[in-house]
Design a protein around this ligand. Structure first.
Ligand code: ARG
Length: 608
């Protein structure tokens, strides 16, 4: 039931102004009108249009006749679904989209699309572009996406990598349909761990105020300070004093804090740069003054309870309370998230808040959202606030992803290994012999980073996923390597034939686009499905659905290309015939693939 609510909100939230190329939306509108005309009493029955499950069932199916018959039977009008389907079809307005319909089985309606209309749509994509013809237009809204969000002084780990990759792709998707997106890096840059870090810094580098300390290896530095903290009572006491001073903005202590944050930031930025990630840093420290205001508000409005010296808040439907003020007077992760959600709703005036965080934090986030609703900070029928969760990254042994020695894998090392392996792969295929060094480097990077991103995005994010370089660098199956190769090859068809995109546009403009062969028709239909795929992913934020679509498009193209000549050559290899209609299909396929790669954050290559 909870899922249904989320679903309903989602549909309402993304306000579609124009369904553009959506075939499902068109068919839904046609059948809704027919059903209303035939059975006004069954107005509540939803219109269910799906793709046909088998080729001989046509292209799409209308599946609601059974539900209508049920409703009628319950109302005392006994009838059977086949008759219902027949009566609905009798009221179906003629449309150039539909070639024919037939009632099948217990009352399904098989829908066969009109080839000329499909061809015309694809021709339009060629002339006007994917965005203009196939992208739905939605009412532009403001979204805040909280993603990546590593912690200062601790190394960014694979969990943060997942958040970074998925979060960036969600931002790209929303930006693609013209949302106003604020990308936020909610870095853990405040809190008690800074006490021990600063105390340790003072001790190890007493001159830190005048000389920049060499703390390049922050993780080692963190480990040292943690060890001292756990073993030395005096040190511990000093660490606590440092926290108090930091929260009181003592100048020297703030300087030490900044030094540590700057060092961490350098590490994070190197990773973001390599992966083409743009994100605005706004860590927990940003909310320092706002936390005070939130505590004041909660106190005045009577939302806080005292328990063992702590101030806590219970939120509706949540068993574990939020700790807003600790017994020592300090704030917590809960306090900063309360201040952050309020800031995003009130100051940023966001309509949609998305938190891309591992599923392990689901209870924490749901409690924050429930508290924000209890405090009337937002109305969940007007704004959408959601946790986009994801599972763990596992090693090939299906256990938590670790190095052989049992340490957490450093992201830098991981990306470097990706580079080494992708270069080896390119050399194995002797690509180094035909590419310039620059081209080879571009290919090496695009493959390494592309395959790491794609492996993550192509898995259902709610589940754990097994990280395997062997698997992700395979050039068969649903992998970035296969898709990037396919893309490069499709792009090269027109280039080798020396046909420009203007020539193709001109062909469509003067002669139109003709589709005869079943493999051409299947490819054309798959191209147009891009609209429905985007609509569906906007609703679910499940990026693997886009990956599945991309893979389906590539394999459908593969079938088309092995069955249909595009360029015919004579024995000497000279081009004799160019099938322009088919070349249009090639280019449009590549255009749609390019859009998918763009949303996934994967760089494409001219040569590979
Ligand atoms: N820094 C946190 C962590 O590493 C993630 C922060 C997620 N965002 C948030 N608003 N709580 O676990």
């Amino acid at each position: 039931a909870k899922k249904d609510v989320a679903k309903k909100q989602a549909v309402k939230y993304v306000q579609v102004e124009d369904y553009a190329g959506s075939i499902i939306a068109k068919l839904t509108a046609l059948f809704a009108a027919a059903m209303k005309a035939a059975y006004p009493v069954a107005a509540d029955v939803g219109i269910l249009i799906t793709e046909a499950t088998r080729a001989n069932f046509g292209d799409y199916q209308f599946n609601s006749a059974m539900a209508v018959a049920n409703t009628l039977t319950k109302a005392g009008q006994k009838t059977n679904p086949r008759d219902v389907a027949q009566n609905i079809l009798a009221k179906l307005e003629p449309s150039d989209l539909i070639e024919k319909t037939e009632v099948a089985g217990p009352g399904f309606v098989n829908i066969f699309l009109n080839r000329a209309t499909i061809a015309k749509r694809v021709g339009q994509v060629c002339m006007e572009g994917v965005k203009a013809v196939l992208l739905p237009r939605v009412a532009s809204r403001r979204a805040v996406v909280d993603f990546s969000s590593p912690n200062v002084a601790k190394e960014m780990h694979v969990g943060h990598l997942r958040s970074t990759i998925i979060g960036d792709s969600i931002c790209r998707l929303l930006e693609h349909v013209h949302f106003d997106v604020l990308r936020i890096n909610h870095i853990g840059d405040w809190g008690t761990q800074f006490g021990m870090l600063i105390a340790h810094l003072q001790e190890r580098f007493p001159n830190f105020l005048t000389e920049t300390p060499p703390i390049g290896d922050l993780q080692a530095f963190y480990k040292e300070s943690k060890k001292r903290f756990d073993e030395d009572e005096k040190f511990k006491a000093r660490a606590y004093q440092c926290v108090v001073k930091l929260q009181a903005f003592d100048a020297d202590i703030v300087k030490a804090w900044k030094l540590i944050c700057d060092e961490s930031r350098k590490d994070f930025e190197r990773i973001y740069e390599r992966l083409d990630i743009k994100v605005t840093e706004r860590g927990e420290s940003f909310y320092q003054s706002r936390m005070g205001a939130v505590i004041k508000e909660l106190t005045e409005r009577g939302f806080l309870k005292e328990e063992d010296g702590r101030k806590i808040m219970f939120a509706t439907g949540q068993s574990v309370p939020l700790t807003v003020v600790k017994s020592d007077g300090g704030n917590t992760y809960d306090t900063s998230d309360l201040a952050a959600i309020k800031q995003r709703l009130n100051e940023e005036k966001a309509d949609w808040l998305i938190y891309v965080v591992d599923v392990g934090q689901s209870m924490h986030l749901e409690t924050i959202y429930a508290a924000a609703r209890d405090l009337s900070w937002y109305d969940d029928t007007k704004k959408r606030v959601e946790h986009v969760g994801f599972g763990l990254v596992l090693g090939e042994d299906k256990k938590k992803f670790k190095t052989r020695s049992g340490d957490t894998v450093r992201l830098t090392d991981l990306l470097n290994e990706g580079l080494t392996r992708s270069l080896a792969k390119l050399k194995e295929k002797e690509r180094d012999k035909v590419m310039t060094p620059e081209e080879l480097k571009a290919a090496q990077e695009a493959i390494a980073y592309g395959c790491i991103k794609y492996a993550d995005l192509s898995h259902n994010r709610t589940q754990d996923y097994v990280f395997s370089f062997d698997r992700m660098l395979d050039d068969r199956g649903n992998t970035a390597v296969y898709l990037l190769y396919a893309y490069t090859r499709i792009r090269s068809i027109a280039r080798v034939a020396e046909v420009s995109s203007d020539q193709l546009k001109n062909h469509v403009k003067t002669k139109g686009l003709t589709i005869d062969h079943p493999a051409e028709f299947k490819l054309a239909k798959t191209i147009l499905k891009f609209s429905d795929c985007i609509l569906s992913v906007l609703d679910s934020l499940m990026m693997h659905q886009l990956c599945e679509y991309l893979y389906e498009l590539a394999t459908t193209f593969h079938d088309f290309y092995s069955e249909c000549y595009v360029i015919e050559k004579d024995k000497e290899g000279k081009t004799v015939t160019i099938r322009y209609d088919r070349l249009v299909l090639c280019e449009v396929t590549a255009d749609v693939m390019a859009d998918c790669f763009n949303v996934l954050g994967i760089r494409t290559l001219e040569k590979m």
